[in-house]
Write a protein that binds this ligand. Structure first.
Ligand SMILES: [Ca+2]
Ligand SMILES: [Ca+2]
Ligand SMILES: [Ca+2]
Length: 425
């Protein structure tokens, strides 16, 4: 079992290292929306955002002459590769379960009994969790809080998620094929699908649905429980059903979440090289007061030395999350960084919702990330009006610095109860 798991983890990290790209992102300036010269270089699509106009030239390679020609245009600010990014997860080789009884007993990330968090030949350690149950005595969330799950989409018909979905009422009660609320997106009832450019962010993969359940599966006596019982989950799909996507579509996803009122963005993906355009999108989210929670990555690496993106963008609203196991130790696959990984949270054998109404265990910094998004959501619910910088500070200063995680992150293990109580480490 362990051997199989490690093999899968290495495959996951190898796919990140492949670093391919699909064409180029051109940041335009002087109000330009396109350049006539681009048409001769490939298919061009325009992406106009609140933080600038971009053109994407599709295709794999431009020669230096063409790149130089573009760069020399007075209307071009910069050109960069449109990196392909992937999931930060390891899917366990098991069948999807249909769970009718309470799966909470399996959710060691929320409540670690020491018996529900071990491996086949070892036990876990009681209390090494995000301390959700005690936090729920203070708050279980609020429907005013919007958490955008930027991922492979969300199964918004899932019985454990449907009551906590963000819904665009004008589109829900509107006309198919018409942008009823005039937000620029047609039929975006539960979010948007930037992978397929349509209004239905249905998840054909399961990863985004798993993340969504960690944040906000209903406390309804069936299935699993999210960190938040009450929340609005905005489904934003830019990763395809095979689990990869383009940087330009991540940028559009962030733009959508800003425009439509997200409080927190949960990002369980990464890869490619540094993108100025993606960083600008994250800065625009910061300027809108939105927290950007990002997975540290699963390639066992030190992010201080080998930056991974978007985790390593040095923008004040970014919170980078590593994964810990049921003993409270760094998960073998998790990236780390004494200077660049802010906190750790449970990320091994995490039980949550999957597509088609199912439930499954998955591992990765992908799973630790939405748990932290949910914990932050509790704080925003309990202290309306708290700004992103204060929220980040409260999350970080209340962590538990157990012996090993302190070596691997700026802080330690996230603790929702301590955070809500205003405790400091
Ligand atoms: Ca719309
Ligand atoms: Ca419509
Ligand atoms: Ca439930």
């Amino acid at each position: 079992m362990k051997k199989m798991f490690l093999t899968l983890a290495m495959i996951a990290s190898a796919s990140v290292a492949a670093q391919n790209f699909n064409g180029y992102i051109v940041k335009l300036k002087n109000g330009a929306e396109s350049l006539p010269m681009m048409k001769s270089l490939g298919e061009v699509k325009s992406v106009n955002t609140s933080f600038g106009n971009f053109a994407v030239i599709e295709g794999q390679n431009l020669d230096n002459k063409s790149l130089g020609f573009l760069k020399s245009s007075p209307n071009v600010e910069y050109i960069e590769k449109n990196w392909i990014v992937t999931l930060d997860t390891v899917v366990h080789p098991q069948e999807t379960e249909k769970s009718l009884d309470s799966g909470f007993a399996k959710q060691w990330g929320l409540k670690n009994t020491g018996r529900n968090s071990g491996g086949w030949f070892s036990s876990g350690k009681a209390g090494e969790d995000v301390n959700a149950e005690r936090a729920w005595d203070i708050t279980k969330g609020d429907k005013e809080i919007v958490v955008a799950v930027i991922d492979t989409g969300v199964d918004h018909t899932h019985p454990d998620l449907k009551d906590n979905m963000w819904t665009n009422e004008a589109e829900l009660n509107g006309t198919a094929g018409v942008d009823d609320d005039g937000n620029g997106y047609v039929d975006d009832i539960y979010g948007y699908d930037f992978a397929n450019k349509d209004g239905d962010p249905m998840d054909g993969h399961s990863h985004g649905t798993h993340c969504a359940g960690n944040i906000g599966a209903s406390h309804n006596g069936a299935g699993v429980m999210g960190v938040m019982s009450d929340v609005k989950l905005m489904g934003i799909k830019f990763l395809t059903d095979s689990g990869s996507g383009e940087t330009i579509d991540a940028i559009s996803s962030i733009e959508y979440a800003i425009k439509n009122g997200a409080d927190i963005m949960s990002n369980s993906w990464g890869g490619g090289e540094k993108s100025e355009a993606l960083k600008e999108a994250i800065i625009a989210a910061k300027d809108a007061g939105i927290l950007f929670v990002a997975a540290a990555g699963n390639s066992r690496g030190n992010n201080d030395r080998n930056p991974t993106y978007p985790a390593n963008y040095q923008v004040e609203n970014v919170i980078t999350v590593g994964a810990m196991d049921g003993k409270g130790k760094k998960a073998s696959f998790s990236n780390y960084g004494k200077e660049t990984v802010h906190v750790f949270a449970p990320g091994v054998n995490i039980y949550s919702t999957t597509k088609n109404g199912g439930y499954q265990k998955m591992s990765g910094t992908s799973m630790a990330t939405p748990l932290v998004s949910g914990v932050l959501g509790l704080l925003l619910a309990n202290e309306p009006g708290i700004d992103f910088a204060q929220a980040k500070k409260r999350l970080m200063e209340s962590t538990v610095r157990n012996t090993t995680l302190g070596e691997y992150s700026i802080e330690g293990r996230v603790d929702a109860f301590r955070m809500l109580n205003g405790e400091r480490n």
